[in-house]
Design a protein around this ligand. Structure first.
Ligand code: TYM
Length: 324
């Protein structure tokens, strides 16, 4: 089985990205052929500081490895370095109905957020994502819930292409974690935790212990006292319970029991302690990697070369099928 996934080099990597995506990647690489991409082309669709982009790509490379992606087992590469991604995007755009793109939730949200910059790239974004996935004849796409709709569209594009031009692409499947597919903001627990929001709303994978403690203690909860999972009535505490459960490998039920009558403050203190402890190895690994630029570059060069071989093979097939 082949696995493909990616993260945009926008803001900091947070525990939502980890629990929704990277944690699954780390497990999958033990048994499958994994390809993990830093999707820099996607990140150009919203305003970004041009001079910072290379630094952000390096940071993401570090985040992948520090969180457990093993470059000996998995391919890690930068999307813009394999030109087949943009080439296939154009070809796939000719079989993608405009209406399908316009109804994408992420497009609608971003068009609302960046009213002054609704560029065509923002609309075409899912076609580039489909190209990423289909180029590698991917079986499994481990992602968080917010990306499931894009994977569904990718399947639709692949089916349509295969029907029109003959069997060309494998039909991929999204893989969402059972719990943690949508970690919520600490400030507004009805909204997804997002790396482009205020840092107070997320726990960065490399946050210092003091910052973790401060953010968890300030996390939005309700005015009750009971530590109980109830996503509609108590979204804040439910989100914290999910986070506790996923980092401790203890079920939510057991945690509820363990903290019965203990109050929110005590629970938050324990959660902060847990996160500080569990994220410590990531912080340590990041520090080490920051000093090894040559090593990181080698990984990305090697990754690009390996990715390119697969991508070129698919492109050759696609062009042939399309009569080019
Ligand atoms: P991006 O960069 O927004 O997010 C990276 C991954 O993290 C997951 N995620 C979350 N999971 C749980 N809770 C959250 N609060 C949370 N926030 C983010 C996302 O679902 C994603 O898996 N378009 C993609 C990147 C991409 C891609 C691809 C992914 C481009 N090409 C091909 C898979 C395959 C994106 O913007 O993810």
């Amino acid at each position: 089985m082949r696995v493909f996934s990616g993260i945009q080099p926008t803001g900091e990597t947070h525990i939502g990205n980890y629990l929704g995506a990277i944690k699954q990647w780390v497990k999958l690489q033990e048994k499958h052929e994994c390809i993990f991409c830093i999707v820099d082309l996607h990140s150009l669709t919203v305003p970004y500081p041009v001079g910072e982009l290379q630094k952000r790509i390096k940071e993401k490379t570090i985040a992948y490895i520090a969180a457990g992606v093993d470059p000996k087992k998995s391919i890690i590469f930068v999307q813009s370095q394999v030109k087949e991604h943009t080439e296939l995007t154009w070809l796939l755009s000719t079989v993608t109905p405009l209406g399908d793109l316009q109804r994408m939730t992420q497009y609608k949200e971003k068009a609302e957020k960046y009213k002054k910059n609704i560029n065509a790239g923002l609309l075409n974004y899912p076609i580039l994502m489909a190209a990423d996935i289909l180029l590698y004849q991917t079986d499994i796409v481990p992602v968080g819930k917010d990306q499931a709709q894009h994977v569904e569209l990718t399947r639709e594009i692949a089916r349509r292409f295969n029907k029109k031009f003959g069997e060309t692409f494998k039909i991929p499947k999204a893989l969402l974690p059972k719990a943690g597919a949508k970690i919520m903001s600490l400030v507004k627990p009805n909204k997804k935790m997002s790396k482009t929001d205020n840092p107070q709303s997320y726990i960065g994978l490399f946050d210092a212990p003091e910052a973790i403690k401060r953010k968890i203690m300030a996390a939005q909860t309700d005015s009750e006292k009971e530590i109980k999972y109830d996503i509609s009535q108590k979204p804040g505490i439910s989100n914290l319970l999910t986070i506790y459960s996923l980092f401790s490998d203890i079920s939510v039920k057991k945690i509820e029991k363990q903290f019965k009558d203990k109050g929110y403050q005590f629970f938050k203190e324990k959660l902060a302690q847990l996160l500080i402890e569990k994220l410590e190895p990531f912080r340590r690994k990041k520090k080490e990697l920051e000093l090894r630029s040559g090593y990181l570059e080698k990984i990305l060069t090697e990754g690009r070369k390996r990715a390119q071989i697969i991508a070129q093979e698919t492109m050759k097939k696609v062009k042939q099928k399309m009569g080019l």
